[in-house]
Design a protein around this ligand. Structure first.
Ligand SMILES: [Zn+2]
Ligand SMILES: [Zn+2]
Length: 124
């Protein structure tokens, strides 16, 4: 049980039974009810993982695995994995373009116009 859930259960136990919480309280059937109620009333938790699209694929695998692990936690209702399109050379994004402005040289490539000529293998 998470500390938050325990705290809620204690609160519910004390308000519904009118008895102060103690270690013995956890052995009573009322405690079980309080825990069940605490679980029911715990607000939905959504986790958002944001990562740059230029991260190396082993790292991306770990992000994906981490997201899958989080989804298995009962108190987490949703895990959003969000990719921020990032230039693989300079790290600029849609929100933070290069000085003077830049654009994506193609739709599927994470490379901006400011870096395009400087990347090896792409000289013109
Ligand atoms: Zn760039
Ligand atoms: Zn750029």
């Amino acid at each position: 049980m998470s500390p938050e859930l325990h705290e809620r259960a204690v609160e519910i136990f004390e308000t519904t039974i009118g008895v102060e919480y103690s270690d013995q309280a956890e052995r009573t059937p009322e405690w079980g009810d309080a825990v069940a109620k605490a679980e029911e009333t715990t607000p939905a938790t959504t986790v958002t993982i944001t990562f740059a699209s230029n991260i190396p694929s082993p790292l991306l695998d770990r992000v994906t695995a981490f997201a899958a692990d989080l989804r298995r936690i009962p108190t987490i209702d949703a895990v959003d994995v969000v990719t921020i399109r990032t230039c693989r050379s300079c790290g600029c994004t849609d929100d933070q373009a290069c000085f003077g402005g830049c654009w994506w040289i193609s739709d599927d490539e994470g490379l901006c116009s400011a870096c395009a000529p400087a990347v090896p293998g792409e000289q013109r």
